[in-house]
Every structure is written in structure tokens, then in C-alpha cells.
Write a protein that binds this ligand. Sequence first.
Ligand SMILES: NC(=O)c1ccc[n+]([C@@H]2O[C@H](COP(=O)([O-])OP(=O)(O)OC[C@H]3O[C@@H](n4cnc5c(N)ncnc54)[C@H](OP(=O)(O)O)[C@@H]3O)[C@@H](O)[C@H]2O)c1
Length: 259
Amino acid sequence: MIEGGRRDTIRQEIIESLDLGLDLGMTHIDTAEMYGNGRAEELVAEVVAGRREEVFLVSKVWPSNASYEGTISACERSLARLKTDWLDLYLLHWPSDQYPIKETMRAMEKLVSEGMVNFIGVSNFDVKGLKLVEHSLTNERLACNQVQYHLEDRRLEQDLLPYCANRKIAIVGYSPFGHGGFPSPRSSGGTVLAEIAKRHERTPRQVALNFLTRHSGVFTIPKAARAEHIRENSGADGGWKLTEEDIAAIDRAFPLRSD
Ligand SMILES: NC(=O)c1ccc[n+]([C@@H]2O[C@H](COP(=O)([O-])OP(=O)(O)OC[C@H]3O[C@@H](n4cnc5c(N)ncnc54)[C@H](OP(=O)(O)O)[C@@H]3O)[C@@H](O)[C@H]2O)c1
């Protein structure tokens, strides 16, 4: 349990971190109704207040709420917590085994027609699931699939990436540092990243983020609370690119595994 004063400090640090990210030109804020049981959205509201137009604001409905009525109510609750009238992107967090995807997508289209949501997306869907989603949408297109993507887990490059590129569905890669399990500088992969980073006067993490976003239509959402981490991550793009040789070296160091 965290005592009250400590909780307020953490809260303030998170707000300051998000603010710093926006100041540095990062625009995508990813949240969800299930993060902290709604408390994450309430925190984001404090940052978004007064600078809503700068933010690409994303939230997600949890699958057990993903009936037609449930999706609409979940979105209304998220908007109330976020103190905003609209979401830039609204995602179904995971495929639901409780509600047919057609029902969820009908609700998503209603939310778009009501101006509460600009774009519809999903998270953690495979190609088969995406096809069902696309088939369920009648007026809107599927804009995004948010999936895990880091150097040790490049499985999406096999089928998802080509499918999404072809269908113009953005891929937003989560956990780009493997939930904090970034390759150690002493590992063989870590050494490759360090060498490339040195050549570009960047850091290994900036190299990793640049690698993960090397295809157009692929984005990444590193989570960082500490100011120095946010500064570092914001330098992962903007005016520099990995060379083909760098990409080939990373490819060899972190091979695509299908399991
Ligand atoms: N759709 C889904 O099902 C799903 C599932 C999981 C996650 N997500 C999303 O993806 C986001 C990121 O995922 P994640 O938290 O699992 O993993 P992550 O981004 O791979 O790693 C986060 C960890 O890396 C640290 N970190 C960040 N930048 C760093 C830097 N420059 N140097 C050293 N350490 C650094 C962070 O530390 P500090 O915080 O101390 O800065 C934190 O401990 C989440 O915030 C969430 O929005 C989505």
C-alpha cells in the first residue's frame, strides 16, 4: 500500500512527465478504462486540460464491457473521466469471447456518428480477427491495431505487418522495451545496439525505437514516468534514420522468431 503523501508525489510526477512529453512534441497518449480502474484516465485529464488539441488521445473498452450498450456507456464514462468531448481513437482492448465483434463495432460506429470518437481500432488482434472486424464495419474503416512489439518479440512482422500495411491499418506497438526487460549492454544484442548508437550519437534505446518504427504506418508507445527517460525517448526520431546496414545488423542480433 502507498501512503497518501507518497501517492500525491507519484501523481504529480506522472502529470509532469506527461506534460514534458507534450512539450517535447510527443502527442500520442494511450490510456484505457481498465488502467488503475479509471484512475489513469483521471490523471490524463489533468494533463489534457487546456491542451486538448495538441494530444492524440486514445482509450480502450475492456472486452467484458463490449456489448453494444456496454461499449457506448464505457466510452461515455471514459470521456467523463478524461474531461473531454471526444477521443481521437477508441480501441477494443482484447478480443471478447462474450460479445460478437459485430455488436462492438456497431457501437463503435455509433460513437463516431455521435462525434465522440474520431477513429476506431482494436488491440491484440491477429489477422483472422482483423478480417472479422473489417467485415463487421459498415460505414467506418478500421484505423489501428495496438499490439506488443519489441526487439525480442517481432512476431507481428510475419503476417500482421504486411496485412496492416496493405489495408492501411496503423500498427501501434506497445511494450517497446519488453516491459522494461531491455537487452543488457553486456549481451551480444546490447553490444550491437551500442555500436550503432555510438555511430549515430544516439542511445541504444533510441536505436531500438527507431528500428521498431522503420516501416511507415508503425508507431510505438514507450511508457516512461521519469523525465530523463522521456527526454531520451523523444530523441528516437526526428531528423535521423538507421541505415540499411544498421537494420540488417539489428535483424541478425534479434532474429524474428515465429514461436
Ligand atoms: N493494449 C494492451 O494490451 C497493452 C498491454 C501492455 C501495455 N500497453 C501500453 O503500452 C505502454 C508501454 O508498455 P510497458 O509499460 O509494458 O513497457 P515498456 O514501454 O516496454 O517499458 C516501460 C519501462 O521502461 C522504462 N523506460 C522507459 N523509457 C526508458 C529509458 N529511456 N531508459 C530506461 N528505462 C526506460 C520505464 O521506466 P519509468 O516508467 O521509470 O520511466 C518502464 O519501467 C503502456 O503504458 C500501455 O499504454 C498496452
